[in-house]
Design a protein around this ligand. Structure first.
Ligand code: NDP
Length: 304
């Protein structure tokens, strides 16, 4: 289907292709929030108000801003938020006890622990105390195991956002050649598993990959999540490919940029996300979606 405002290129192998569409993450995130708002209203009709508990330990300024933004985003869609601001010197045992208590609180459907935690607190110990049904960040080993096993469960927010952005392009993932660059537990691996769940053919690249350029060049979908500015070169992109850039890097002059060389990649890609304004806005939107999913599932379990 011809796309409005598209530029066309002719590729010797692939023929005439539309290129250069930028995916606006803010617009897609706004659509997700609108869906969440409707689901919240449907729950309200059943007497359920979704609730998200956010735990912030210490006073890291960036974490404070993130938690504040999440609280505002909740209020905007009708999700009740419960803030827990705790001192950096909080003993780990007390933090674990709080997480367990929130796990039993029927008004709380989602729990998020803002990371990183100040040392010596161990993120793994705190995350393991989460009730998997309220693990809206999808970080609990049970959530990860469910994703690995292809069982229903809460999925991590940024990877969910990546899939949602890919879906806006209309590309059929079944059988598609996809490359994920980066194999972290937070982003790369779950993105790869979500693509696999959708029947894509997935290649997972990392710092020891022998021929990154060659792997990327074959891909109809590229997801970059390395934290290295411009690592994925524009000339590697297969004409017409979908390129999702998760990376957030700060240039010397202070501006943000992604892991993909944006302009040269845009000249070849069918669709590409910018940084900022691509994946970034999706993460909070998917957190809201996960919280409503958790509330819907809790309501269904109570009704059963
Ligand atoms: P990690 O540092 O945990 O992982 C980076 C991955 O990139 C590793 O698997 C590493 O490989 C791989 N890598 C590093 N160098 C190369 C290379 N030269 N070639 C191929 N692969 C390489 O980062 P995260 O996954 O946590 O985050 C990645 C980026 O995404 C960061 O910029 C982060 O800020 C951003 N991010 C953005 C979010 C958003 O909301 N937009 C949310 C989360 C993250 P190896 O395993 O071999 O070391």
């Amino acid at each position: 289907m011809p796309l409005r405002g598209s530029v066309y290129i002719r590729d010797t192998r692939l023929g005439k292709l539309a290129v250069g569409q930028t995916i606006d993450g803010k617009v897609v995130a706004a659509a997700v929030r609108a869906e969440v708002r409707e689901r919240v209203m449907r729950l309200a009709a059943r007497g359920v108000v979704p609730g998200l508990a956010a735990i912030l330990v210490g006073d890291d300024p960036a974490s404070r801003v993130y938690v504040g933004n999440k609280g505002k985003a909740c209020a905007d869609v009708g999700i009740r938020s419960f803030g827990h601001r705790l001192p950096a010197a909080m003993p780990e045992g007390e933090l674990v006890a709080l997480v367990r208590r929130l796990g039993r609180d029927p008004e709380v459907h989602g729990i998020l622990v803002q990371l990183p935690l100040p040392p010596p607190l161990r993120a793994a110990a705190v995350i393991e105390a989460l009730t998997p049904e309220k693990d809206v960040d999808g970080l609990h080993p049970v959530s990860q195991g469910r994703l690995l096993a292809g069982q229903p469960g809460l999925r991590p927010c940024t990877p969910l956002g990546v899939l949602r952005l890919i879906d806006t392009t209309g590309i059929a993932l079944v059988g598609a050649r996809t490359v994920v660059v980066g194999r972290s537990v937070l982003v790369g691996k779950p993105v790869a598993l979500l693509l696999l769940e959708r029947h894509a053919t997935v290649t997972l690249c990392h710092s020891r990959t022998a021929d990154l350029a060659g792997e990327v060049a074959r891909a109809e979908v590229v997801v970059a999540a390395t934290g290295h500015a411009g690592l994925v070169r524009g000339e590697w992109i297969r004409p017409g490919a979908v390129v999702i850039d998760v990376g957030i890097n700060r240039r010397a002059e202070g501006k943000l940029c992604g892991d993909v060389e944006f302009e040269p990649a845009r000249e070849r890609a069918g669709f590409i996300t910018p940084v900022p304004g691509g994946v970034g806005p999706m993460t909070v939107a998917m957190l809201l979606a996960n919280t409503v999913t958790a509330a819907e599932q809790a309501a269904a379990a109570r009704a059963a």
